[in-house]
Design a protein around this ligand. Structure first.
Ligand SMILES: Cc1ncc(COP(=O)(O)O)c(C=O)c1O
Length: 357
């Protein structure tokens, strides 16, 4: 065997859930409903698919490593300057690179738990220590406790708003007060992967906070509301000098030509984004109303998924749903259900009735 880093051996190997095809064959089912990865259940916007088709014949060339056009397009939409944007092959990549750029032995990263699993893995990869702060009793970020957990060796804090896997949010005022209190030497990453979905009146992006500070970046993605998870395009909005430092160690050409073209086209179609997020809201309401009627406990979601504590063993519930062709995410103690199409949401509730008797 080759020699591997001993400090990484206890990171669990990523085991993706079984594919819809595997589940269908194993249980002899006709169709599968995949509600496990917080994807958009609808096909990409038709003009985006067309733009990808037109660009396909140019993929013998490397992509634009400077992501110039896509930064210009998204910057115009967000009313920021293109040098305040940093693109990656999904925001995942940027979170990874950030952890490496600010981490290292003798540093720590602070984040909530449970929250997006990548914060923990990226922190370990960076040889930094993860300081995990439990969510409050409403499954929300406890920003006071996160602030108190910042140590002299802390270099980064992740705030996932709304939070994955619970779907809960913290208000714009709370995030602002938090950012005000964080020492300037600590980078604050506000992960807004689900930014397009919230309807809570007190939710707002942390984007305005970027303008006056060197230490705040906002993460966004084309994987969720824009329906481009399979292409991999995400970005940070932040102060240009800070992004410049983070960018140093990014792999070249990580944002493919097709991802850039798709993002340029997708951002033009805010009407379709609205359509999809409205459909999501109706689906979320249908699912949560169904859960409430059945007396099943769930967290207050502002996203395209819901965090459910089933009145039985969560893994048992996950497996029983899977046997019925419904794939959700097992979190041990809870399951996370992504919002699907109207028909998929209906099938989910029917399957839950069977499973819970
Ligand atoms: C909170 C959060 N951040 C970031 C990501 C990564 O998104 P992507 O790499 O597809 O842009 C996800 C994906 O599920 C997420 O839930």
């Amino acid at each position: 065997m080759p020699t591997f880093r001993p400090d990484l051996v206890d990171i669990p190997v990523y085991r993706p859930g079984r594919t819809p095809g595997e589940v269908r064959r194993e249980y002899g089912l006709e169709s599968i409903v995949k509600l496990a990865s917080n994807e958009c259940p609808y096909e990409p916007f038709p003009p985006v698919t067309e733009a990808i088709g037109r660009a396909a014949s140019a993929i013998n060339r490397y992509p634009d490593n400077g992501t110039r056009e896509v930064r210009s397009a998204v910057a115009a939409f967000l009313e920021v300057s293109p040098d305040q944007l940093w693109f990656g092959g999904g925001s995942n990549e940027l979170i990874y690179v950030t952890a490496l750029a600010v981490g290292g032995p003798g540093t720590s990263a602070v984040y909530a738990a449970p929250s997006f699993g990548l914060y923990r893995i990226a922190t370990r990869l960076a040889m930094a220590e993860g300081v995990e702060v439990p969510l409050d009793e409403d499954d929300r970020h406890d920003l006071d406790a996160i602030l108190a957990a910042i140590r002299p060796d802390t270099t980064v804090v992740y705030v996932c708003n709304p939070n994955n896997p619970t779907g809960t949010h913290v208000s714009a005022a709370q995030v602002e007060a938090f950012v005000e209190a964080v020492p300037e030497r600590v980078l604050v990453v506000v992960d807004e992967a689900y930014f397009e979905f919230p309807t809570a009146p007190d939710f707002a992006s942390a984007l305005p906070l970027v303008a006056d500070r060197d230490n705040v970046v906002v993460a966004r993605t084309f994987s969720k509301a824009y329906g481009l998870a399979g292409l991999r395009a995400g970005f940070f909005i932040g102060p240009a000098p800070t992004l410049e430092e983070l960018r140093r160690i990014q792999l070249p050409f990580s944002v493919s030509t097709l991802a850039q073209v798709a993002a340029i086209e997708a951002v033009k179609h805010q009407d379709l984004v609205q359509e999809r997020t409205s459909a999501n809201r109706r689906g979320l309401e249908a699912i949560t109303a169904g859960l409430a009627t059945r007396g099943i406990d769930f967290a207050d979601s502002q996203t395209n998924f819901v965090y459910v504590r089933p009145p039985m063993d969560a893994t048992g519930c996950f497996e029983a749903l899977q046997r019925r062709g419904i794939i959700v995410r097992d979190l041990g103690g809870a399951i996370r259900i992504s919002v699907g199409t109207e028909e998929e949401n209906r099938r989910l509730l029917e399957a839950l009735d069977e499973v819970l008797g």
